[in-house]
Design a protein around this ligand. Structure first.
Ligand SMILES: [Zn+2]
Length: 164
């Protein structure tokens, strides 16, 4: 194998390992599912992971950084690991995989509403009964990243990720 191929293989191994790093606020989702990982590169065993923060200023970012570094260092062949948060291209909810949206619903959190119109109206479908007759209860849920909604049909409160 040429050196270049080896580095690319290592980057792929690192990418695979990132499926084991979960969002500390939503443990059902890995940062890969969330579409946070923009690029993984490696040079001489030094892996660099570029992440797109899903919510700017979210306190979970420092935890994610530490978890990524711990996990990447455990990959065979990696001798050093770094995380860089990139802001030049914004993360959007479109980057989430379909699996991520399904898992969010299973977790009792409504996937963020996509599309400008819905975003402005701040609506979310009820994850329990699928009703759209929901209202925003509080913009600030248990964490800065989530909002609390209330379903008018099944009368259950639920959390939704704040769309960005
Ligand atoms: Zn409902």
């Amino acid at each position: 194998m040429t050196e270049r191929v080896q580095e690319e293989t290592l980057a792929l191994e690192v990418e695979r390992a990132l499926y084991d790093v979960f969002d500390p606020e939503i443990p059902a989702l890995s940062i890969m599912d969330l579409g946070m990982v923009r690029r993984v590169t490696s040079a001489d065993g030094h892996a660099l992971v570029q992440l797109m923060p899903t919510f700017i200023g979210c306190p979970a970012l420092s935890i994610i950084r530490r978890n990524v570094i711990d996990r990447v260092l455990a990959v065979e062949g990696v001798t050093a690991a770094d995380v860089e948060f990139v802001y030049d291209e914004p993360w959007t909810t479109e980057r989430m995989t379909e699996t991520a949206k399904v898992r969010l619903r299973e977790f009792g959190i409504a996937p963020p509403a996509c599309g400008l119109l819905q975003m402005n109206a701040l609506t979310a479908l009820c994850p329990y009964c699928g009703s759209s007759r929901t209202r925003l209860d509080s913009l600030f849920g248990p964490t800065a990243c989530r909002s609390v909604f209330y379903c008018e049909d099944c009368h259950q409160p639920f959390e939704a990720m704040k769309p960005v």
